[in-house]
Design a protein around this ligand. Structure first.
Ligand SMILES: *Cc1c(COP(=O)(O)O)cnc(C)c1O
Length: 814
């Protein structure tokens, strides 16, 4: 895209204030993700929860010179304003004009599942033969689609775009923006189904995308899909694919009998492929790709060759603690310009003072069309301190990089170099094409080498929070409970992520936890739930907000405030006892409390209480009693002081079971991790934590031989036993030995044999074909965290907080 403000005005009818010749090459809509300000226009969008106009000053601070908004909001000089009455429609209109005027073949992909994988696979198959433009990641929404379309330039020959909807009526707008020549419909499932009256309505809505398409390629396994498409579009070229034989392109071998090869019938021709994964979704997606290639006139041999080399797409960014206080961000699955931009957006989320980059040759491209020039320009805008260029190709462009730049032929050469030892307290981004094995560098740089890891998926935490937010009014604040090292998941990493995603409050148990967060740059308000008397000065020094639950605590805290010379009213939070019988003021304390609050140097930030049994349906009566007491006492306090503090009482279970009592804020804890006591909520959540290790050794044990300490397991038959490097010192209770607990190997559950040792345990491999070095799941999906907690006869909270610090925490974003 490359338009002047004036051209944009002509296309969209927007009004320009400022430089009509200003050039716009890109749009940014999230100030946190501005990775390049040059020729980028910030577009202020309104969503249900947020108004982009509030972020205009921040955008300007980041160097943005062009703003698209519904009104001019500041008088900052030298800014060009593009004024429109609906920012999203503006973007859609511009994208529609842009796409229509570029003569490329367009493929539009919609469906419930598989859009991204089909798009990425098609890209892998087509990119040697054609110049391709595609949606980055899964940019397929009302906003993502126009932003993707605006990436089309004159060189491109084929455009692959994902189109998603979540509600009725949305596809009409999407179709007006983008009308693909070839339409692709992937599998229809249950995603967003609750927003539609029926599956039939969902299908009818989705296929509106194809209103003006010439060809529709669709998964014909579901009779309803087949029927609706045939009846709606009888005059179009229809190509169906699927596992069933009535499809034009189908799997010949039944799924159950698949072994090493799959045979696919393609209009009567038989194509043979080796199969790597026998699951239905993967095979169906592969059939979809074959159908599109066939439509684009690829020969059968060519198709086989392409399908054979499809790579699993994994887009994920891992962060781990490095040696010398470095933070290692590893994103080494794909290396292309899009993924580089995404990585540059992500690293803005971390607040390390200094950054370095390790980047390799881009795998499949050479420097046609100035690829490395663009890489250098983008990189220069990120203010890296040091840049390491790895590979014979990228090396040549060293003079283009402004940072201190070093070049190496391969990763080993860099690892051997002393320069790495000079990096400390930095963020190090590793961005490598797969063949460079940048993993080796990651292993070299990371702090903990223990094979037993706790992997925390931050996107899933965000997803789970959003599931809970569905129960809340948009204005209700959310406090995330990050006490006890974020329920065992990590120190500041989760808090930092949540802060970035605008969490309103954080809750910790003791002052030390809050201090740790402050030292790591966490600036959102933090409530200390259990401020101990020796910590009040630290509470004040680090701007933490104490929970005040008794007169003793109130008096001591106020005394400390005086001693520290604090003037002003210090924010405190009043805890009321409503039935938990743990901490809190009782009803007969309230008159005296009001008198004190009105005279002391404090300001009540909130009034709160805690439910003892929100997760237990049988205790509904008791919970309602607690809620009633809370209402009464908190009303009384508010009456007695001259202002209105916020109120909160719901924990995770409370949010889903008693949303009417959300007041002004809720406190989410275990729900973030994907656990709910409410069976109708559980399927909506995503388990955000997995605990895993690898097999150290496999032994053949003969009948009658014993395993482990105390010879507590005697082999009843010859058996295969695996030893895994995780024991009670890692947080596995010794009580789940002796066949009580299980771990997952592949799809199977294997019992723990004999006694759990301090650092290891032995498991029964039965007849599973596992090898040394293979992964073992302690909990993830199977067994789940709940299953594991059941083996331990405890609850997920205790399992998580018992996992010891020596277990490496890995944070993943995908
Ligand atoms: C831990 C805690 C929560 C969160 O509870 P979950 O059951 O994990 O949602 C809420 N409020 C208080 C006071 C807590 O201590």
């Amino acid at each position: 895209m490359n338009y002047t403000a004036n051209q944009i005005s002509k296309i969209t009818g927007a009004k320009i204030i400022g430089n009509k010749e200003a050039i716009i090459k890109d749009f940014a809509f999230d100030t946190r993700h501005i990775y390049s300000a040059k020729n980028t226009a910030f577009i202020a969008l309104k969503t249900t929860n947020n108004n982009g106009e509030n972020y205009i000053p921040e955008a300007i601070e980041k160097g943005i010179k062009i703003i698209v908004a519904e009104k001019k909001t500041t008088d900052t000089p030298n800014i060009t304003w593009i004024i429109t009455n609906d920012s999203l429609a503006f973007l859609q209109n511009l994208a529609q004009f842009h796409a229509e005027n570029k003569k490329i073949k367009t493929i539009g992909i919609t469906g419930s599942n598989g859009k991204t994988i089909v798009k990425e696979w098609l890209y892998q198959c087509l990119n040697e033969k054609y110049k391709i433009v595609k949606s980055p990641k899964s940019f397929n929404s009302q906003l993502g689609l126009p932003l993707s379309l605006l990436k089309i330039n004159d060189e491109h020959e084929i455009g692959l775009f994902e189109v998603g909807i979540s509600k009725p009526q949305e596809m009409e707008i999407q179709q007006r923006t983008f009308s693909p020549e070839i339409g692709v419909l992937t599998h229809i499932g249950t995603a967003h189904l609750i927003n539609f009256e029926s599956t039939e309505q969902l299908i009818r809505e989705k296929i509106k995308l194809f209103a003006h398409s010439q060809t529709i390629i669709f998964n014909g396994d579901q009779p309803l899909v087949l029927d609706i498409i045939q009846k709606t579009y009888p005059d179009k070229q229809l190509i169906s694919y699927g596992l069933l034989h009535h499809n034009d392109i189908h799997l010949k071998t039944p799924l159950k009998e698949l072994n090493l090869y799959a045979e696919v019938s393609c209009y009567g021709d038989i194509l043979r492929f080796p199969v790597h994964q026998k699951n239905e979704a993967t095979l169906t997606n592969a059939l979809c790709v074959i159908s599109v290639l066939k439509k684009l006139n690829f020969g059968n041999d060519e198709i086989v060759e392409k399908i054979n080399v499809l790579k699993a797409i994994e887009m994920r960014l891992e962060s781990v603690n490095g040696i010398r206080d470095n933070l290692i961000i590893n994103d080494s699955y794909i290396l292309d310009l899009d993924s580089l931009k995404i990585a540059y957006q992500f690293i803005n989320e971390y607040n390390k003072p200094c950054k370095s980059l390790v980047i390799t040759d881009f795998a499949e491209q050479n420097n046609e069309s100035g690829l490395y020039q663009e890489v250098a320009a983008l990189t220069n805008e990120q203010n890296f301190d040091k840049v390491f260029l790895i590979g014979t190709e990228i090396k040549k462009y060293k003079p283009l990089f402004k940072a201190k730049t070093f070049t190496f032929n391969d990763i080993d050469e860099l690892i051997k170099n002393q320069i790495l030892n000079k990096i400390s307290n930095e963020l190090i981004l590793l961005k490598g094409a797969r063949k460079f094995e940048i993993e080796k560098l990651k292993n070299h740089l990371e702090l903990q080498k223990h094979d037993t890891v706790l992997e925390i998926n931050l996107n899933k935490i965000l997803h789970n929070i959003n599931v809970h937010r569905e129960f809340l009014e948009p204005k209700t604040k959310v406090m995330a409970m990050v006490k006890a090292y974020s329920y065992g998941l990590g120190g500041y990493e989760i808090a930092e992520f949540l802060q970035h995603h605008h969490i309103d409050y954080l809750g910790v148990a003791v002052a030390d936890e809050g201090i740790d967060l402050r030292k790591n740059g966490i600036s959102v308000p933090i409530i200390v739930m259990n401020p101990e008397q020796h910590s009040y000065n630290a509470v004040i020094d680090y701007n933490l907000e104490p929970n005040i639950y008794s007169f003793r605590v109130l008096d001591l805290f106020v005394e400390q405030l005086r001693a520290s010379g604090y003037n002003g009213k210090y924010p405190i939070h009043i805890k009321i006892e409503t039935g938990m019988h743990r901490l809190g003021f009782k009803e007969n304390d309230i008159d005296e409390l009001i008198t004190k609050l009105n005279t002391l140097n404090v300001k009540v930030g909130s009034i709160f209480s805690h439910l003892s049994s929100a997760d237990i349906p049988e205790e509904k009566g008791y919970t309602e009693y607690q809620l009633k007491v809370f209402r009464k006492i908190s009303d009384k306090i508010i009456d007695g002081i001259s202002y209105q503090p916020i109120r909160h009482i719901l924990n995770s279970a409370g949010i889903t079971n008693y949303p009417k009592h959300q007041y002004d804020m809720v406190r989410i804890g275990i729900g973030m991790i994907g656990i709910s006591s409410n069976e109708s909520i559980t399927p909506l959540l995503q388990p955000a934590v997995s605990f895993k290790t690898v097999i150290s050794q496999i032994s053949e044990i003969k009948k009658g031989e014993s395993i482990g300490y105390g010879r507590r397991h005697i082999a009843e038959n010859n058996m295969r036993v695996a030893t895994i490097p995780v024991g009670y010192a890692d947080g596995i209770p010794r009580s789940i030995g002796m066949g009580i607990g299980y771990v997952g190997v592949g799809e199977n559950l294997c019992p723990i044999l004999g006694s759990v040792c301090m650092d290891m345990m032995m498991i029964d491999l039965k007849n599973i074909s596992a090898q040394e070095g293979d992964n073992v799941i302690i909990f993830d999906k199977n067994p789940s965290l709940e299953d594991f907690a059941n083996y331990c006869k405890t609850i997920p909270y205790e399992v998580l907080t018992s996992i010891s610090r020596r277990v490496k925490r890995v944070y993943v974003k995908d």
